[in-house]
Design a protein around this ligand. Structure first.
Ligand SMILES: Cc1ncc(COP(=O)(O)O)c(C=O)c1O
Length: 473
């Protein structure tokens, strides 16, 4: 059918819309200056296309919206809680669920509980402990360090090389993992985190074979595995496309297989579960009952009673539906195609990107702006220029986000300097992607005159959110 375009039209009808305002380049220069050259600090009405994050920014479905009306707002043991835990059991096979207000709400429960357990049982000092991941997301890393435990990433060697194409760039390097466990000592590893998809490496998937091997190794050494699974459905979609054994499985069947290879899962439900707010902490069975009980106690303190965890009843109903809606294969295909379209459009301009992943285009700012050193944040400078040119907001994933060593205050080494354009679900259309590609053609023309940035205010932790900067002239 050659008369049809070579892309899938968006597989949904848009019925509720949010107006956006266009601004001039002159206005945007002023807004950027007022925001201390930090797009995180811009008001949303000053942004034309907002690609800061795909977290809680996408469309919800009719079924999700209508489910909210069923909310049971009882403080304890509500119908809505039971509906949510029923969905978790059905999809993931996990027996006990704690709702949380978002992903980091789950992290602030399980991270201290697992580290406390290790300390209690081994008598070892937490300062000597190291948690390991294919790549820690920044808040997971932050909570671990806040609990005085170190972090170690053992991603595949090709993960951050934008010149290499590979099916599962999110995988653990299994040899490096085994070596790290032996070096640190198994009792000094309080947990392993399998992040699916691997956000920091560019939304790259992890294969089922890799998840299985990690779990076998962890069981051998007696280390609990936590699945950090904000993008569980996108991961399953890639597994279906790329891991032969699963080519004929449904997204739900692949999901249920993947979750066999962890003991606990921690989910920011603001991504693949499509909700604007919400998170989940779930336990496969009672084998970590002491951790489960400590998480429930911490939940009362930090999030709310463990059968609502900071969510209203209606939000739990919406999440129970969103978990299923997010596994719609047509939508996943359309979403992945949107990202492939954007990445191939940018590459056609000669702009190097990480191979298309699940939720974002990752532009290799280090390659585009080789004259800006890492300590002047090429990804962030590119983000500011893109906003100035076209009102498009992205986020740096590079040295600025990586931050400094807690003890020495030295900048931590960063494997790549990316600008991330995260794509909200079912929110932008093909026309927006053409506009973004056209904006980059202009940015590329200006590349050699783009300057790096330096701090005027540098927060101590998670500095990228609130930092203020100025051009390093
Ligand atoms: C892999 C991963 N884990 C955890 C989180 C934290 O979740 P939240 O932003 O809902 O607190 C995120 C958020 O982007 C994430 O991508």
């Amino acid at each position: 059918m050659d008369y049809l375009p070579n892309y899938l039209p968006e597989p949904y009808r848009i019925r509720v819309v949010e107006p956006v305002k266009r601004t001039t380049e002159q206005e945007r220069e002023k807004y950027l200056l007022e925001a201390g050259y930090n797009p995180f600090l811009l008001d949303s009405d000053k942004v034309y296309i907002d690609l800061l994050t795909d977290s809680g920014t996408g469309s919800v479905t009719q079924a999700m919206q209508s489910a909210m009306l069923r909310g049971d707002e009882a403080y304890s043991g509500s119908r809505s809680y039971h509906e949510l835990s029923r969905a978790v059991k059905d999809i993931f096979g996990y027996q006990f669920t704690i709702p949380t207000h978002q992903g980091r709400g789950a992290e602030q429960l399980y991270v201290p509980a697992l580290i406390n357990k290790r300390e209690r049982e081994s008598g070892l000092d937490r300062d000597k402990m190291t948690a390991i991941s294919n790549y820690f997301f920044d808040t997971t890393q932050g909570h671990t360090q806040h609990n005085r435990c170190r972090v170690l990433n053992v991603s595949t060697p090709e993960a951050f090389n934008t010149e290499v194409v590979s099916d599962f760039k999110g995988n653990f390097d299994l040899e490096a993992l085994a070596l790290a466990i032996e070096e640190v000592g198994p009792s000094n590893v309080p947990y392993i985190v399998s992040t699916i998809t691997c956000n920091s490496a560019g939304g790259q998937p992890v294969s089922i074979a890799n998840l299985r091997s990690v779990y076998e190794l962890a069981q051998y050494y007696g280390i609990p595995v936590v699945m950090d699974c904000a993008r569980f459905a996108e991961n399953a979609y890639f597994v279906k496309q790329r891991e032969k054994e699963f080519a004929n499985w449904s997204i739900q069947e692949i999901t249920s297989e993947a979750f066999k290879y962890a003991d606990i899962f921690s989910m920011s439900a603001k991504k693949d579960a499509l909700v604007p707010i919400g998170g989940l902490l779930a336990f496969k069975d009672d084998s970590l009952l002491d951790v489960q009980l400590e998480c429930k106690t911490l939940c009362v303190l930090l999030e709310g009673f463990p059968t609502y965890g900071g969510l209203e009843g209606g939000a739990m109903e919406r999440l129970a539906v969103g978990l299923y809606e997010g596994m719609n294969e047509d939508w996943l295909a359309s979403r992945v195609q949107q990202i492939e379209y954007l990445v191939s459009g940018l590459e056609a301009l000669g702009i190097r990107c990480q191979q298309a992943g699940g939720h974002a285009a990752f532009i290799d700012a280090g390659a585009l702006l080789p004259h800006i050193p890492s300590w002047q944040f090429p990804g962030h400078a590119l983000s500011c220029e893109l906003y100035k040119v076209a009102g498009i907001r992205g986020a740096e994933i590079g040295s600025l986000l990586q931050g400094c060593d807690m003890e020495t205050g030295e900048q931590l080494p960063c494997p790549a300097e990316f600008l991330r354009l995260a794509i909200p679900r079912a929110t932008y259309t093909q026309a927006h992607f053409d506009f973004i590609i056209a904006a980059f053609a202009e940015v590329k023309k200006r590349a050699s005159s783009i300057v790096g940035l330096k701090f005027t205010y540098e927060p101590k932790v998670l500095r990228h959110f609130n930092a203020k900067l100025e051009p390093a002239l």
